[in-house]
Design a protein around this ligand. Structure first.
Ligand code: NQM
Length: 354
């Protein structure tokens, strides 16, 4: 019988995934990905034979290793396990699972707790190297999960984890323009950590505050958005994105609840119940820059509230430069995470039945 593999299941932000030490997984990426499919229960829309929850937001993996980089304590590789296809992709990172990386690193002894709050410096390894700092509550040298912070997209309060992202020296507008037209639809392509394409709800003939299930059921809308995505992805330098989970497609419309903008995000085939962390940072970057399909002037304040299907997501962000030259100076979000289970997982040994 296959041996059990050490694994911690955590809710990270509004997602859920399996966290592993890199040393507990095969070094070869192909072998690792094959193992992860068998751990999560993919390919199967329900992932009934594995830890995955049958939705992209609950079929995620974080691989954490001590970092060789002086600027980081740990390296974080994010892998999206596609539930209904035998695909494991590292073409994107995930800011929600990132929220669990600090607690996991402390729990596994990779980072020593340092007072009431422990700072964990994280090198995000894919799709390109980036850095983040997580501030984790560790009173008495133990990770604290309980707390009063309520995060839209998660029904229960928990301890806050502040994630801070340093700036970058590349423009947030990967096509070099504030707006483009692809497949007849005006869009803004923006990337402040997650490649996102903004589309106006009015241009798609919808209100923009529909429930995710309503949008997912609209096959004409889905096909139109996919046609835009394939062209926008190439123009953003992502190549052929047919089988990739990026760019994310965010439908924007005027705010309803005091925020800067209402969003509905295809990630890219299911619609997010909320919005991804770095997805929200990218939208907030476009809000701050102005002159985009958001049809608004650059917003002056650092705090940007992004409305989504289950509430609002607050991002603090400052930019350097203007217009198509705008770059992130710094950004930050508050998330929560929770250890759900810690032990051994037994991967399926059987092959998928066609
Ligand atoms: O954008 C969903 C999530 C994400 C990614 C997705 C994320 C991010 O909510 O940083 O967190 O867009 O695939 O976990």
């Amino acid at each position: 019988m296959t041996a059990g593999i050490p694994c911690m299941q955590m809710r990270g932000g509004s997602s859920k995934g399996a966290y592993f030490l890199g040393s507990d997984l095969p070094a070869d990426a192909g072998e690792r990905d094959d193992l992860l499919l068998r751990v999560m229960g993919s390919p199967d829309a329900r992932e009934i034979d594995g830890l995955g929850g049958g939705h992209p937001l609950t079929s995620k993996v974080a691989v954490v290793t001590p970092s060789a980089d002086d600027d980081a304590d740990v390296d974080y590789v994010f892998l999206q396990v596609v539930p209904d296809r035998a695909v494991v992709t590292g073409a994107q990172t995930c800011g929600n699972l990132l929220a669990g990386v600090g607690p996991f690193a402390i729990e596994r002894g990779l980072v020593a707790p340092g007072g009431d709050t422990t700072r964990v410096r994280i090198r995000i390894m894919n799709p390109t190297v980036a850095y983040a700092e997580a501030r984790v509550q560790t009173p008495g040298g133990v990770v604290r999960y309980d707390g009063d912070t309520v995060m839209a997209g998660t029904p229960f309060a928990a301890a806050p984890i502040r994630l801070v992202f340093p700036g970058a020296d590349t423009s947030i507008f990967p096509t070099g323009r504030l707006a483009d037209t692809f497949a007849g639809v005006d869009v803004t392509c923006v990337n402040a950590g997650m490649p996102v394409v903004l589309l106006r709800a009015a241009d798609l003939g919808i209100a923009g505050d529909e429930a995710p299930s309503v949008l997912e059921a609209d096959s004409v809308l889905r096909e139109r958005i996919e046609a835009v995505r394939l062209k926008a992805g190439a123009a953003m330098g992502l190549g052929d994105v047919t089988d990739l989970t990026v760019p994310k497609m965010t439908i924007v419309s005027p705010p309803r609840d005091g925020g800067a903008v209402t969003t509905r995000t295809f990630i890219p085939h299911r619609v997010h119940d909320a919005i991804g962390v770095l997805g929200a940072v990218s939208v907030a970057a476009a809000v701050r820059a102005g002159g985009t399909v958001l049809d608004a002037a650059a917003q002056p304040g650092s705090l940007i509230k992004i409305e989504h299907p289950s509430g609002t997501f607050a991002v603090t962000i400052d930019l350097d430069g203007e217009g198509a030259e705008a770059r992130v100076h710094t950004s930050g979000v508050v998330r929560t995470a929770r250890k759900l289970a810690d032990g051994l997982v037994w991967p399926r040994s059987g092959k998928a039945i066609a």
